[in-house]
Design a protein around this ligand. Structure first.
Ligand SMILES: Nc1ncnc2c1ncn2[C@@H]1O[C@H](COP(=O)(O)OP(=O)(O)OP(=O)(O)O)[C@@H](O)[C@H]1O
Ligand SMILES: [Mg+2]
Length: 281
């Protein structure tokens, strides 16, 4: 079943002369893990905001076309209604903090209180996400005293606790070190395996290649490609769009080494290892 359907989506911010999103059409099935890539200003964040309804309900401007999430047409439903279907983690986690809660625990509880969960159910969900994001030791800390990476984990935990069917993450690991990024990607992958649909914008191409089942390449608000990581990262014109393929792909391209039996280059470490003659591990 398709969880997200986008048809001819066009959007222009107020006072802007150019379209931030230019006639996008695509569909995403339940449980897919989608990566959105593209240069700065390509429209990644704007597309993320369109899926959860911040465009056009919060950011006004000129809007055309149709976005449906789990059967709800975004333009006809409020941000509150949509938030039960799709949650978003913002590019800057600082903007996500409520500002009114004294501890990480209360911060995560905030959204759950708003949907009227029982105390027992709330505690269960909060303990689960604290553990999933590896931040149980921070639960009594003030949200504003966290590092950027800790705040990012808290923001992700808050959204996951709401159990939306769709999770949109806009550069969720920008403040995390390599180990932290890996942990967060693993946690998101776990959710995806449980059937949650994941849309994630990211500049770390190695991570996109490793975790996403499809990759959307945007440029100046237009959809250039939406295909497997192997197909998108094998494009000869990728760098024209301000994107560099994963390092494994670039090495294999330089050596003209493709995935056996295909016309495509390896995109992950394991694929490169095999293509370069490694024995299966
Ligand atoms: N609040 C805003 N008001 C006006 N224009 C905006 C606003 N936010 C983004 N834009 C413009 O919309 C276009 C798409 O921006 P967007 O932030 O979606 O790109 P992005 O791909 O997320 O970039 P980055 O990699 O830098 O995060 C850009 O031209 C940008 O200048
Ligand atoms: Mg962005």
């Amino acid at each position: 079943m398709n969880k997200i359907i986008v048809e001819n989506l066009k959007y222009k911010y107020p006072l802007s002369a150019t379209l931030a999103l230019d006639t996008l059409s695509f569909e995403v099935a339940e449980g897919e893990f989608i990566g959105i890539i593209g240069a700065n200003s390509a429209g990644k964040s704007t597309l993320c905001q369109s899926i959860v309804g911040l465009v056009p309900h919060f950011y006004k401007g000129a809007y055309g076309g149709k976005v449906s999430v789990d059967g709800l047409e975004v333009k006809n439903h409020s941000i509150d209604e949509l938030s039960l279907k799709a949650g978003i983690v913002f590019q800057n986690p600082f903007t996500q903090v409520t500002g009114s809660k004294l501890t990480v625990y209360e911060e995560i509880a905030f959204g759950l209180e708003n949907i009227g969960l029982s105390r027992v159910e709330m505690k269960e969900r909060i303990d689960y996400v604290l553990d999933l994001l590896n931040i149980a030791q921070l639960k009594d800390r003030n949200p504003f005293e966290l590092s950027g990476g800790q705040m990012q984990r808290m923001a992700i935990a808050s959204i996951i606790a709401m159990k939306p069917g769709v999770i949109v993450l806009d550069e969720p690991t920008s403040q995390l070190d390599p180990e932290g990024s890996e942990e967060v990607f693993q946690a998101i992958q776990d959710l995806s395996k449980q059937g949650v649909t994941v849309i994630l914008s990211e500049h770390k191409m190695e991570k996109i290649a490793q975790y996403c089942n499809r990759v959307m390449l945007l440029n100046c608000g237009k959809l250039i490609d939406f295909d497997t990581p192997e197909k998108v990262f094998s494009r000869e014109d990728l760098e024209d769009y301000g994107v560099r393929a994963p390092v494994y792909t670039r090495v294999c391209k330089a050596l003209n080494t493709k995935i056996a039996g295909t016309d495509l280059y390896p995109v992950t470490l394991d694929q490169a290892y095999m293509a370069l003659g490694g024995k299966s591990r």
